[in-house]
Design a protein around this ligand. Structure first.
Ligand code: ZN
Length: 280
């Protein structure tokens, strides 16, 4: 259920305009049921149609999985750690739709790549991958793995990539590519270029904090212990000194005291959801 925009008073231009802006942002607003306090996504992301981005992401994801398979680094369906991740996803997915209407139609996928890297992602459209390094080096419990998955799903649900890419297009390339993205030019090239950019995307700090909170709530609703978000980021913090793991994820996900404090402060807000999910 999405939060409806307030009804504009017809006499007020300001409120009519504001209602329009709110309606335009409705795709990634926080749902009315949300317990954590997060804002509305930027309307600038509309510069890139969601379908175009999801299609590019699916292509990029498939290529990455093919590459991993050709190096014998893609976990087979019966691999226990992969089965564990897919079971976690099955519990989280039913709680995603209130955060993004489109998620109801996403073809969610979860794969595990054999690599020492501490890394995990969820591309637009629900394409998830974990690297064995993040499970093994951090010795993640199911609750902690669910917090990472919830965090990554939240980036996709809240359309952070779409917003980042839209901002990049708007500032660097301008209207020419913008018109391509809107379907007036070579869509194939634009889609390929978007897919490539997904791999090097840097989220902002506010995206990160947004994903932490939305992920925390998703995981709590799925019956995963909220306190695990805190233990997870403490483990991440400790792993930062470990060069062997590859620092890609850790450098884009700094685990400082501010991050841990924010999660700690939000644990009580979702504790009842967790308890209700455990009872149900
Ligand atoms: Zn993140």
């Amino acid at each position: 259920m999405l939060c409806p925009p307030p009804i504009a008073a017809p006499s007020s231009l300001w409120s009519a305009r504001r209602a329009f802006l709110l309606a335009a942002g409705a795709g990634a607003m926080a749902p009315a049921i949300a317990q954590v306090d997060v804002g509305t996504s930027s309307t600038l992301r509309k510069l890139i149609p969601a379908e175009t981005l999801e299609r590019s992401a699916a292509q990029q994801y498939q290529q990455m999985m093919e590459q991993a398979r050709s190096k014998r680094a893609l976990a087979p369906d019966d691999f226990p750690q992969l089965q564990r991740l897919r079971a976690i996803a099955q519990r989280l997915i039913p709680h995603t739709k209130p955060w993004n209407e489109r998620a109801g139609q996403w073809r969610w996928e979860v794969n595990l790549i054999g690599s020492k890297q501490i890394n995990a992602f969820c591309m637009p459209g629900g394409k998830i991958a974990f690297y064995t390094g993040i499970l093994d080096q951090l010795k993640l419990t199911d609750d902690e793995a669910a917090m990472i998955m919830g965090h990554e799903m939240a980036h996709a649900l809240r359309e952070h990539a779409r917003e980042r890419l839209a901002k990049t297009q708007a500032t660097n390339i301008g209207l020419r590519l913008g018109s391509q993205l809107l379907g007036l030019g070579d869509l194939g090239n634009a889609a390929a270029s978007l897919g490539g950019q997904l791999l090097t995307l840097q989220f902002s700090r506010s995206d990160e904090s947004d994903a932490d909170l939305v992920g925390l709530e998703l995981a709590a609703r799925a019956g995963y212990q909220p306190e695990a978000s805190v233990s997870l980021w403490k483990k991440m913090g400790n792993a930062t000194g470990n060069k062997q793991g590859g620092l890609a994820f850790l450098s884009t996900h700094p685990s400082g005291p501010a991050r841990i404090e924010q999660l700690q402060a939000n644990v009580p807000k979702v504790q009842k959801l967790y308890e209700a999910a455990r009872k149900g």
